[in-house]
Design a protein around this ligand. Structure first.
Ligand code: PMP
Length: 356
């Protein structure tokens, strides 16, 4: 029986995507060939890449606005260093918001390229909120932030206004909510949360910000080179791109990002309402910064853990334990998680209350 999968990533994808992807492994487009054995330069695969790139822009409302979408490799962790490589000038400066472990990892990479100003951090409070009220230096080459902090369960609900390019790691909330994406100049997201399997990173970049920093960039790390090669500078991760395309089509067929956002709002409201109502639990993140993707919560009395763990396992739930740096529980309720599964978790929380 299919489990209710709360894993933070790699994570749940729509069941229909799993089914279509399985078919393509055996017989892709009725070609008599597996998607795994055809050339990435074949007509059938080039069509996959082209559609995935244009659909990503369409779903973000960025078509015809000077943006390019790429499907690259190396995970978001490689994007951490590609951002400064492509955008920070020699002897330049970058501004970073430190809102969690992944932001810290991005800052570490930027420091290899030049002055890296941390405009604010919530590290002292174990990243339980999004820092606010900071100033972004106007002379920095770009500002970098993380829209959703997968580990701590916080999410940026407002973004600062600035005249410098804005770079955002949207790995764990891409395609989950409508934003004015044209306020961002570079967006990147590892596929393995809301979009597809591990193995590809979506990059959405405003072309005009590239090729301006005067650095010689190794080819594989050069966004402009990938754009010129139409995201096929080398052999792309064909299967990861194909599965991502299936997920993007699923989003479009279900009404696009705005419709998915409504469902995500309802799922998050249902779960946070129970966390706030049930005297046995408390939320881990500051209420105003709560993530609608990764819901982190704790038991008020750790002695209840064994009983709670047995209950959710019995209910066919998987992937609920929190990250070691927060403890407790983390329910990742990405796009593909049905509200019925969230209700199962809420029922288990109520069952614990009735039992102890
Ligand atoms: N940024 C965020 C917000 C993440 O959640 C993760 C992975 N959990 C990463 C970056 C790192 O991604 P990758 O493993 O694809 O390098």
């Amino acid at each position: 029986m299919k489990k209710h999968n709360y894993s933070a990533g790699p994570s749940i994808l729509p069941q229909e995507v799993f089914e279509k992807a399985s078919k393509a492994i055996l017989n892709f487009n009725d070609s008599g060939l597996s998607i795994l054995e055809i050339s990435h330069r074949s007509k059938d695969f080039v069509a996959v890449m082209d559609e995935a790139r244009s659909l990503a822009l369409e779903l973000l409302g960025l078509e015809g606005k000077g943006y390019q979408a790429l499907f690259l490799q190396g995970g978001a962790s490689t994007a951490f260093l590609m951002a400064p490589y492509n955008l920070m000038k020699e002897n330049g400066k970058a501004a970073y918001l430190d809102s969690g472990t992944w932001a810290t990892a991005a800052i570490k990479e930027a420091k290899n390229f030049g002055e890296t100003v941390v405009v604010a951090t919530s590290k002292e409070e174990n990243y339980n909120h999004i820092p606010k009220g900071y100033e972004i230096p106007a002379d920095a080459d770009y500002f970098h932030c993380t829209s959703n902090n997968t580990i701590f369960g916080t999410q940026m609900h407002d973004f600062p206004t600035t005249n410098i390019p804005v770079v955002c790691d949207m790995s764990s909330d891409i395609f989950s909510r409508n934003l004015d994406f044209s306020k961002f100049d570079l967006i990147y997201a590892g596929a393995q949360k809301n979009m597809g399997p591990a193995g590809t990173t979506l990059v959405v970049v405003k072309e005009e910000i590239l090729e301006k920093n005067g650095r010689t960039i190794p080819s594989m790390l050069d966004y402009a080179k990938h754009i010129k090669a139409e995201s096929m500078y080398n052999t792309p991760p064909v299967f990861a791109v194909y599965v991502s395309l299936l997920t993007l089509q699923w989003i479009k067929n279900n009404g696009g990002v705005a419709a998915i956002e409504k469902l995500n709002d309802a799922k998050a409201a249902l779960l946070y309402a129970e966390i706030d109502r049930n005297p046995l639990f408390k939320g881990a993140a500051a209420a105003e910064d709560r993530s609608k993707m990764n819901v982190t919560f704790l038991l008020n009395n750790p002695d209840h853990a064994a009983t709670f763990d047995a209950l959710w396992k019995e209910a066919n739930i998987s992937g609920l334990p929190g990250h070691r740096s927060v403890g407790g529980y983390r329910a990742s309720i990405y796009n593909a998680m049905p509200i019925e599964s969230v209700q199962v978790l809420v029922d288990v929380m109520k069952a614990l209350e009735a039992k102890v």
